[in-house]
Design a protein around this ligand. Structure first.
Ligand code: SF4
Ligand code: SF4
Length: 442
C-alpha cells in the first residue's frame, strides 16, 4: 500500500512538473516576442528597488491595513513552502515527518510557526473574500469595471477559496496526526501538540484509529495535490505576480516618470527641421513602425508588465479619465495586452512556432481609439502601481501608432500638429512673428 502511494505521488509530481515547466516556457517565449529594450544598467539600484518594492512590499504599505494583510499572505505563502519540501520528500520516500528526528525541539517550534502563518493566511483570505463580495470594494467590482467581468472575478475568488482549503487541510492534518501520536501509533512521531491545530483535536478524538489515519492521509493528499494544482493554475492567473513581481521590479524603468521616450528617428527629423542637426545621408530612412499596433511592437518589458499585473485596480482608481466616466481604465490596458499576448502565443503554438496573421491587433480589437484618446498622461497609474508597472508606456506607443500611421486624431489635435510642423509652435503664427509682442518695449 505504501509503495503504491509513493508511485502515485511521484507520478503526480512528474505530471505537475511537466505542465508547469511547459507553461513557463510558453510565457517566456511570448515575453521574448517583444522588441529589444535595455534594462540592465544600474544593477545596484535595480537590486535595491527589487528588495524594497517586491520583497519588502513597500508600496503595499501605502494603505497599512491592507498592506499588513497582504504581507501575512505573502510571508505565509513563501515560508509554508519550506514545509512543502518535507511533504514532497515524505511522499517520495514514504516517510512521515522526515525532518523531525534531525531537528529535535526546533521542529516543533517550526511547525508551530507554520501553523501561525497558516491561520493568519486563512483569516486574511476570509477578510479578502468579504471585501470583494460583501462590502464590495469599488475598484474590485465588475459592475463598475467591465474588464473584471467573467474570468477575473472567478480567478480572484478561486484563489482565495483554494488557499482556505489548503490551510484547513494543513491544520486538520496536524490535528489528526497529533491525536494519533497521543494514541501511540508507531508511524506518527512524537512531536507534540501544535499551537493552532491543537484547538481542532477535539473534533477527532471520537474517530477510530483507522478513521484518523484515513483522514490524515486524505488531508495530506489534498494539501499536496492542491499545492501542485495551484502551482499550475497560477501560471494562467493574475497570481503569476507572486513570482513575476521580482523580475518586474528589477527591470523597472529607473528614469523620472515624466520623461517620455521619443523615437530617435522622429527626434532627428525635428532637429533637422529646426536647424539643430544635419541630415545623415548614410542613415537608413526605413522605420519599421511608428509606435505600436500589436503586442510584438511593444517592448519585452511591456509584455512582462502585462503578465505581472495583479489586477488590483489601484491604477484605475487613481486615473482621472476613469474617475470622470471616460472609457479608459489602465488596468484594462494591462489585461488586454496580456489577453492579446496569450492569443498570439496560442496562434504560434498551433502553427509550429510561426505567427499566422489572424487579422487582429491590440490596437482596435482590444484597445479602442477612444480609450487611448482619454489618457491625460498624468502618470497617476504609474505612481499607484505596487509593482512598478507602466500602463502609460503602452498607451503612448499605441497612441503614437494611432496618430502617426492611422492619422486618427481629433480635428483640434491635427490643427495643433500642423502648427507644430509649420510654425514650430502649437499656435498658428509664423515663427517670424514670434517676437511681435515685444515691439515697442524698451
Ligand atoms: S496616465 Fe493616463 S491612464 Fe494613467 S492615470 Fe493618467 S490618464 Fe489614466
Ligand atoms: S497595473 Fe499595477 S496598479 Fe494597475 S491593476 Fe495592474 S498591478 Fe494593479
Amino acid at each position: 500500500m505504501q509503495i503504491i502511494q509513493q508511485i502515485l505521488f511521484i507520478i503526480a509530481l512528474g505530471v505537475a512538473g511537466y505542465f508547469i515547466s511547459k507553461r513557463i516556457g510558453i510565457i517566456k517565449k511570448t515575453i521574448q516576442l517583444g522588441r529589444e529594450e535595455n534594462r540592465t544598467d544600474n544593477s545596484s539600484q535595480r537590486w535595491a528597488t527589487m528588495f524594497r518594492i517586491a520583497l519588502g512590499q513597500k508600496k503595499m504599505f501605502d494603505r497599512p491595513v491592507v498592506g499588513i494583510m497582504h504581507f501575512v499572505i505573502y510571508v505565509g505563502f513563501v515560508l509554508i513552502n519550506v514545509e512543502v519540501l518535507e511533504i514532497i520528500l515524505d511522499g517520495i520516500f514514504g516517510t512521515h515527518r522526515l525532518f523531525a528526528p534531525f531537528l529535535g525541539g526546533i521542529y516543533s517550534s517550526l511547525i508551530n510557526f507554520f501553523e501561525f502563518l497558516a491561520t493568519g493566511v486563512l483569516l486574511v483570505c476570509v477578510v479578502f473574500l468579504i471585501r470583494r463580495n460583501i462590502t464590495k470594494v469599488e475598484r474590485l467590482q465588475p459592475t463598475r469595471h467591465r474588464e473584471l467581468n467573467g474570468f477575473p472575478v472567478i480567478d480572484a475568488n478561486t484563489i482565495l477559496f483554494a488557499e482556505i482549503i489548503l490551510m484547513t487541510a494543513l491544520l486538520t492534518m496536524n490535528a489528526a496526526d497529533s491525536v494519533l501520536q497521543d494514541r501511540g501509533n508507531e508511524h506518527y512521531h512524537q512531536v507534540g501538540t501544535f499551537a493552532f491545530s491543537g484547538f481542532l483535536k477535539p473534533i477527532f478524538t471520537s474517530f477510530s484509529d483507522t478513521g484518523l489515519v484515513a483522514y490524515e492521509r486524505i488531508a495530506w493528499w489534498l494539501h499536496i495535490l492542491g499545492i501542485l494544482a495551484f502551482g499550475l493554475y497560477v501560471t494562467y492567473s493574475k497570481h503569476l505576480h507572486i513570482f513575476l513581481a521580482f523580475p518586474n521590479t528589477y527591470f523597472a524603468n529607473l528614469e523620472p516618470k515624466g520623461e517620455m521616450p521619443n523615437m530617435p528617428e522622429v527626434t532627428k527629423e525635428v532637429q533637422i527641421m529646426l536647424g539643430l542637426a544635419q541630415p545623415d545621408a548614410t542613415a537608413s530612412t526605413e522605420i519599421a513602425r511608428f509606435g505600436a499596433k500589436d503586442v510584438k511592437d511593444l517592448s519585452w518589458k511591456n509584455l512582462m508588465d502585462s503578465y505581472s499585473c495583479t489586477e488590483c485596480g489601484r491604477c484605475t482608481a487613481a486615473c482621472p479619465a476613469n474617475m470622470t466616466g471616460k472609457a479608459l481604465s489602465p488596468r484594462k490596458i494591462m489585461m488586454d495586452t496580456r489577453d492579446r499576448l496569450e492569443e498570439v502565443g496560442k496562434n504560434m503554438s498551433d502553427n509550429g512556432g510561426n505567427f499566422v496573421d489572424d487579422g487582429k491587433s491590440l490596437y482596435g480589437d482590444y484597445i479602442s481609439a477612444e480609450e487611448l484618446r482619454a489618457c491625460t498622461t498624468c502618470n497617476a497609474c504609474v505612481q499607484e502601481c505596487p509593482i512598478l508597472i507602466s500602463p502609460l508606456d503602452i498607451i503612448l506607443q499605441l497612441r503614437r501608432y494611432q496618430i502617426m500611421e492611422e492619422s486618427d486624431a481629433p480635428a483640434s489635435w491635427n490643427a495643433m500638429f500642423s502648427n507644430l510642423e509649420n510654425n514650430q509652435a502649437p499656435w498658428k503664427f509664423s515663427p517670424n512673428d514670434r517676437f511681435n509682442w515685444a515691439e515697442g518695449l524698451k
